[in-house]
Design a protein. Sequence first.
Length: 458
Amino acid sequence: MKFPQRIMIAAWGSRGDLQPVAALSVKLKQMGRDVLVFATPPATDLLIENEVECIMAKENIGDFVSAMFEQVDLSDRSISGVMKLAKFAKSYLNSDSYIATQREDMIAAIEAAKSFNPDLLIVPNILYGPYMSIAELFEIPVVTFDLQTNYPTTELPLFTMEVGKVPDFLNRGLYKIKAWVYPKTMKPKFDMMRELCDLPLNTYRNGAKFQIWPHSLPQICAVSPTLCPQPKDWPEQKIMSGWWILPSGHKYVPPEALIDFLQCKPVYIGFGSMKGNREFCSKLSTLAIKGLYMAEAKGLLLGGWAGLTRESLDRSSSEGQKLYEWAQMNVFEIDACPHEWLFSQCAAVVHHGGAGTIAAGIRAGVPSIVCAIQGDQPFYGSLVRRAGVGKYLGMIGSKALTADALAEGITAVITSQSVINEARKMRSKVQQEDGVMNAIDFIDKMAVSYRYPWPLKK
């Protein structure tokens, strides 16, 4: 069997989720492969900018995030806050409009595959996991991918937990719990896709039991093995490839005022695609500016979806007014800026710990401070701490993550030569990795060698 030449990729998520997909697509195109990506907007602009053929899903991640953060305060760590989040998720995911959108997108993806005629499918494992059934419909190989360590191992906990939080011998037990919860939660979406593909719901075509998760299909973890070494107990069809880095081909033109401000080597603070209501934005902005003030460090505030700005400070109080006036002189604000251009010019980077931002910070060779909000962020924060390249301060909204703690963390990483040296060492190591080519080599190998549970087209 020849290496796949026509590759279809399904992708779901914000900019940090789609940027690796864009990197993989660009490299495949450079190698002469034909690529079609079915993805959720608004980050599909990355694909369009890089001339990758793209079909946009009806589901818009911006709308999803806005709906969630307008109703739920992710910084609320109380039992009530957790219950509100669970209630919103259940209500949103089971709403008639959401289910109808999912069905429309599944049909659109199947029709796109019929028109494109791929000889290999690449799909993410989490919310777009059901799309793997398209490969079985067309009798072509499928390779799944994650931006986290999403496969059972004794060496690491679930990717939503801190490394070292529980003894290693409990790790597989945690995965067994997920192996019960996740399939149960996701089965309606898998059933919908398999019905649309005219496939049996509970078995593959050959009669073998259908596996939602964990499955035995080829799987790539697009994470640096320098930061997170590949578990020794993974089977051969699972690989830690390294980060998928999009070549820096952007034509970013920074404002002169930003160039001038960067001469002071400020501390960057930004929370990427994390978004919230006015109260949430005020909490994050106050935490960021007060932390910088207490550390006596000049800062660069990137607004992003979180909307960080001194304008969110409560100026009705004397402290709020004082912070506002200090920020006018010592904090530069900008709505957006390419991380790969910006981070190396900062003394340290403070962020939420998203997969893409973690990669950018480490590749810049500067210390990271992670203030997590949700998902895989505590996991990545704990990896930063374990590697000695920065600090993990905990979850925003927790009693431990205060402005005092942030100030102490900033002071510690920008004055610690050992942390600075470790960050530079890790930068050198990860820059030698070629995660995209490692992934492509693995994809080609699996396409010709892995025995799928369905017959492949000759």
